[in-house]
Design a protein around this ligand. Structure first.
Ligand code: 5RP
Length: 229
């Protein structure tokens, strides 16, 4: 199976976790694309009824709406039952890095308002330690060169994320993305705490102690890691 087939297999399997009469959270990314596609199929077939979706990007919102899935803003729901999202890297303690698609601020807000969080990944995302995937930050443009210098002084190896035209990537909220290319992250909780206290950084991509279930795509089929917390 190629990587897309592994992503599709976990995307399809994950929809088993969505139930009728619930508020569902929809993440962002190429793996989530397959999940939303399958949710749309089951919703249209009447196998899943009476749901409302809170999305984490305009991409996911557009896809959900195109399939007839009703959507609401996070402000319009009092809670989310289950959110299914992708991840960029997951370590052996099931801590994760997200934000490869620059949607980690909205993803974190949706995740922290969800009763249950499920990540769907292909096997290449599993690692002993975090950090070989660059850690994304969302930073406000005001004073961003100062923010960048502070990160550099801490030896966190910052780089502004650029698009194919060499322009700085803009997030949903018109902020910039800085990727920290540290190679390894030895103390994710200490780093997350430091980043949480830096003015100008709106969100970082360390998603710690958040996920409840992970579905990993392997050659011989999806493997579910359940009851993580
Ligand atoms: C977007 C994310 C994605 O969930 C993450 O990048 C995984 O994406 P993909 O499924 O395309 O590999 O965090 O901000």
């Amino acid at each position: 199976m190629n990587q897309n087939e592994l992503k599709k297999a976990v995307g399809v399997k994950s929809v088993d976790y969505f139930k009728s009469d619930s508020v569902v959270g929809l993440g962002t990314g190429s793996t989530v694309y397959y999940m939303i596609e399958e949710l749309g199929r089951r919703y249209q077939a009447g196998d899943i009824k009476n749901i409302v979706a809170v999305t984490t990007s305009s991409r996911s919102e557009k896809q959900a709406k195109s399939l007839g899935i009703p959507t609401k803003d996070l402000n319009e729901v009092d809670h989310i039952d289950v959110t299914i999202d992708g991840a960029d890297q997951i370590d052996k303690n099931y801590q994760g890095i997200k934000g490869g698609g620059a949607a980690h601020l909205l993803e974190k807000m949706v995740a922290t308002n969800s009763t249950k969080n499920i990540w769907i990944v292909d096997q290449s995302k599993m690692a002993d330690q975090l950090g070989s995937f660059p850690l994304p930050l969302e930073v406000i443009p005001f004073g961003c060169e100062k923010t960048f210098e502070d990160l550099k002084k801490e030896n966190l190896k910052p780089e502004f994320r650029l698009d194919e035209n060499g322009k700085r990537v803009l997030t949903h909220n018109k902020n910039y993305v800085i990727d920290l290319k540290m190679g390894t992250i030895n103390h994710p909780h200490l780093l997350a705490d430091w980043l949480d206290h830096q003015v100008g950084i709106v969100a970082h991509g360390l998603f710690l102690d958040i996920v409840n279930t992970i579905i990993v795509g392997y050659e011989d089929g999806p493997k579910v890691i359940d009851n993580i917390r």
